[in-house]
Write a protein that binds this ligand. Sequence first.
Ligand SMILES: C[S@@+](CC[C@H](N)C(=O)[O-])C[C@H]1O[C@@H](n2cnc3c(N)ncnc32)[C@H](O)[C@@H]1O
Length: 277
Amino acid sequence: MNGNSTAQHPAVHYYDGDYPSPDSSVFPENFDEITAYQGLAHDITRYKEIAAETGGPVLELCCGTGRVAIPLAKAGFDVTAVDISEGLISQFRKKLSLESESVQRKTKIIRQDITQLSLERKDFKTALVAFNSLLCIPEFADQCAALEAIARHLSPEGRLVLDIVNPLVLKFDADTFPKAFFTRKNPHTGNIYTRMSMVGAFDANHRQRLHGWYDEVAPDGTVKRQHYSLWWRPIFRFEIELMLKQAGLRIETLEGGHQKEPYTARSPHMFIQAVKI
Ligand SMILES: C[S@@+](CC[C@H](N)C(=O)[O-])C[C@H]1O[C@@H](n2cnc3c(N)ncnc32)[C@H](O)[C@@H]1O
């Protein structure tokens, strides 16, 4: 999801169906076999483990609807969750209002552009940028600005955890036909919807367009189609190392997934933990 996506953008509306949480009680069947391919099956468990080792307070950047932040608060951490999207934040607030008072007290939601992050607190022990969120800032200079701003909010012994796709496993040319990615239930209406997806070719700035449409079937059988278009900017292994270095951070561990898999050229993820230089 890009920072300029409005609340009416279909990817905002379908967000919790597209990226379900194992914790979700609304339509648990949305957490299907494709969630592992999406990289959603084990990441929250790993964030809880790392936060337990490194400690709180936890800062989650690009928090979306609270998929990661709410389970961390439920696990007892004080979480400050930042996102730019009013539409996603309002879904997050609604979900948070259903949680216990203590979880609500532990979760602070702030609307900000993380490329200009400026929070009162600058002593976060753990900062997380989950699920390719850094790549949803599709300009190189803005990605660098975000990393620098995050580093300024970490305590001296703080740790940044960054989950980004391994670009070596991506397709660099454009799809010629769309694929049905998955069929799930719209978390707001309960209707079945199918997300059709395609990728564009990488451009000269290493951005790629992710586009397609959502088909939702109403109870009377009518189909509502809504198109979406998003951009991401994948980052290569040694590029992120230099970007982090420029931000005053060094990579301590690089894993290939959320279960401590060693990183290889075929790994789906680059799961990075970085500390201050
Ligand atoms: C792929 S979603 C991930 C959401 C969440 N981290 C998760 O794991 O479910 C990317 C998020 O980045 C947010 N985002 C994009 N650009 C941003 C920016 N400049 N500042 C803050 N948030 C931003 C979007 O609004 C969206 O919530």
